[in-house]
Design a protein around this ligand. Structure first.
Ligand SMILES: C[S@@+](CC[C@H](N)C(=O)[O-])C[C@H]1O[C@@H](n2cnc3c(N)ncnc32)[C@H](O)[C@@H]1O
Length: 220
């Protein structure tokens, strides 16, 4: 039988990537098409939770085919919207969906992992990850990378669909408990319904006093 600490470590391990965690090839592109059709309610609910203010700069991590980016373009009055994904096929799909906003200079989508993002410290007012945090390879370090690129006072929202609810609930609780270790404050965890889907929203903020403070000493 596993002890509580071992269960916690187990729940911190990333979900096996498979096609959902890194869509690739023809099957991956078909999955991206499917995600565009089914994940709308979850993306809409998560974008609402971000409480975007006009003129802010936002980042989506694990953007998949780019539906949440398109929603941010339509709804958020953001100054700039960045997105990253480690799947080249998903980056291509998200770029195709958002080509007008990219041409106009509002949207910028790049291929990279959450573990090492090509952004300066303190760039983003808000960061969102929808159905992607469960795949991150080194949750604790990756959360520090998220914290690094956030402005002091910036907001982070991670959403997860609650399929196989018992395991998913343990997973989101463990993720929420990992946030303070990466320096986040104001942690929130709630389960909500988005049409037919049950989902969890995990939220945290970068402390406004963190510029030059202990949270700048990141281990990379
Ligand atoms: C299940 S899909 C969700 C896509 C989209 N957010 C949605 O909900 O429709 C997960 C996405 O996260 C991306 N992803 C997983 N791990 C990642 C990592 N370490 N860095 C960047 N992207 C990652 C995958 O490539 C995939 O596109």
């Amino acid at each position: 039988m596993l002890l509580e600490d071992e269960k916690e470590e187990e729940a911190l391990k990333p979900t096996r990537l498979g096609q959902s965690g890194k869509p690739r090839g023809r099957l991956g592109r078909a999955l991206g098409w499917f995600m565009l059709r089914v994940n709308g309610p979850i993306n809409a609910r998560t974008v609402r939770a971000l409480e975007m203010q006009p003129g802010e700069t936002v980042l989506e991590i694990g953007c998949g085919p780019g539906d949440a980016v398109a929603r941010l373009v339509r709804e958020a009055q953001a100054r700039r919207i960045f997105a990253v994904d480690h799947s080249p096929d998903m980056v291509d799909a998200a770029k195709a969906l958002n080509r007008t906003a990219i041409r106009e200079g509002t949207v910028d989508i790049r291929e990279c992992s959450v573990s090492k993002m090509p952004f300066r410290d303190g760039t983003f007012d808000a960061i969102v990850a929808i159905n992607s945090i469960q795949f991150w390879p080194h949750l604790r370090l990756d959360l520090k990378e998220v914290m690094r690129v956030m402005k002091p006072g910036g907001r982070f929202v991670a959403a997860m669909r609650m399929t196989m609810e018992y395991r998913a609930r343990r997973r989101v609780e463990v993720i929420a408990r990992a946030l303070p270790n990466a320096g986040f404050v104001g942690i929130g965890l709630e389960e909500v319904d988005a049409r037919a889907f049950r989902m969890a929203l995990i939220e945290g903020k970068r402390p406004i006093w963190s510029g030059g403070g202990p949270y700048d000493a990141f281990t990379r």
